[in-house]
Design a protein around this ligand. Sequence first.
Ligand code: NAP
Length: 484
Amino acid sequence: MTNVPTFQNYIDGEWCASLTGATFDNLNPADTRDVVGRFQASSQDDAHAAVRAAAVAFPAWKRQTPGARAKILLDAAAYLEQNAARFGEELTREEGKQKALAKDEFMRAAQTLRYYAIEAQSYGGETFPSDDAASLVYTVREPLGVVTVISPWNFPVSIPARKIAPALICGNTVVFKPASDAPLSGLRLAEAFVEAGIPKGVLNFVTGSASAVGPVLVGAREVRAVSFTGSTSAGEQIHRAASLSTRTQMELGGKNPLIVLDAGDIDLAVDLTIKGGFSLAGQACTGTSRVLVAREIRAAFVERLAAKTAALKVGSGMQPDIDIGPLATAGQLRTVLDYIETGKREATLVCGGEQLSDGDFAHGYFVTPTIFTDVPRDARIAREEIFGPVIAVIDVDDYDDAIAVANDSEYGLAAALVTRDAKLMHRFANDIEAGTVKINRTTTGNLVNAPFGGLKRSSTATFRESGRDGLEFYLQTKTVYRGI
Ligand code: NAP
C-alpha cells in the first residue's frame, strides 16, 4: 500500500493532525485494494478544540455583514464548481456512486451555497402595534451560536452543504463531522470555505468515529444546535442526548412507497420504480423501496419491471455505462444480503438477489438489483429500511387500501403516486403521510429552494431543511420593546 494521501482536520484556522496522531483508512467500495485516503481518528479532545474554536469565533462572525458572509459562500461555490470533475472522481472512489452523479453532487452543493448567499439577505423580523403609543415593538432574528453538522456517506457533499450554508450565512459558527465512510468529499467542502477565506474558527472540520467525537459534538456546553442526517436509530439517540438548550434537526430513514393502480400507468411506474429504487444502488433516503400495485395489474407490472431490471448493468461507478454501482461499505453489503435472505423466506424472489464476486467484482461490494413479489404487509422487507437495491412489490385492492398500506409505516419521508386522474392527485397530497409527495415523479430528488423533510420517525417534528424554511433552524427570535 503506497502513496496513500493523509488528510487533516481543520480547527481554528489550521489544517492539523488529531492530538493522538491516530488515523483511519477509507477504502474504495468498488475495489477495496484501493485506499482512497488516511484520515484523522479524532478524539474527544480534538472535538472539544473544534467546538471551543467555533465558540471563540462566534461574536465576530455574528457581527460580520451579510454581504461579507455571502461573498465567502459565493467564492466557495465557485471553487466547488471549478473542481467538480476532480472532486467527483474522488467521491466515486470513496463512496461508489457513478462519476456523473458525483460531479453533479458537487455542482448541487455549489448551487446550494449560491442560493443561501442570496436568500439569507432578505430574512427579517416584524413590527407590532403597541398599546403603549410611546413604544416600538419589534423582533430581531439572530444566529444561535455554535452549530454542529453531522452528515451521512450517501450524499457526503450536498447534505452538509444544505446545513453549513444556512448556518454560516445566518451568522452561526460550525463544527462539521462527515461520515467516516466518505470523509474526503466533506473535506473538499470544508476546503472550499478555507479557499474562500473564511475567518479562523468559523468553520471547523473534524473526522473520527461517532463514538469518539459524537458525545462532544452533541453534548458540549457551547453547542446550541445539532443538524444531523443519518439513520433513525442514531438520530433518536442524538436527539435524546441533546440538552434542553440545544436545538436538534434530524433527517432520518424512510420506507418510501410508490403506488400504481391503473394498467395505463404501468410503463411510467416501471421507469419511476427503477430510477427511484435503484439509483445510488438503492442507498438514497428517499429511494423507492415499496411498490404498492393494484392486484389486477400486478402480473403485468412485475413482468415489465423484472425485464427492465434484469437488463441493468452493475459495475464500478468509474465506468460511464453502468446503471448500478457498488454498495458503499462492507456493513452495507452484509445488511443488504441479510435482508435478501430474509426476503427469500418471506416472499417470492423475482430477479436479482445475488452478490457479484467474480472478475471485476472480486474486490467490491456488488449486488444485483432485486425484486420481491407476494410480499406480505407485515414482512420485514415490507416494513424495515433496507437501504439497498431491493424492492418489495405489495398487492393492494384499490386507492384506499394503497393509502392504508402506505401510511402503515413508522416512516414518512417520501411517497409517490402514478396516475392521470387529477382528483386522485389532490386526494393523494392530502391523504399520504409523507413530507415529500411526488405525483408522476420518482420518490427521490428535491430542490435546493423548496423545503425538505419527513414526518413521523423520518425527521424531528421541528424544522425543515432546504429553501427559505432551511434558514429557520439557524435563527432565534428576540422581541424588543423600545420606549421612544
Ligand atoms: P448513520 O450511521 O446514522 O451515520 C450518520 C452520521 O452520524 C455519520 O457521520 C456517523 O458517524 C454519525 N453518527 C452516528 N451515530 C452518532 C452518534 N450517536 N452521535 C454522533 N454522531 C453519530 O447513517 P449512515 O449509515 O451514514 O446513513 C444512512 C442513513 O441515513 C439511512 O438511514 C438513510 O435513510 C439516512 N439518510 C436520511 C436522509 C434524509 O434527509 N432524511 C438523507 C440521507 C440519508 P460515523 O460515520 O463515524 O459512524
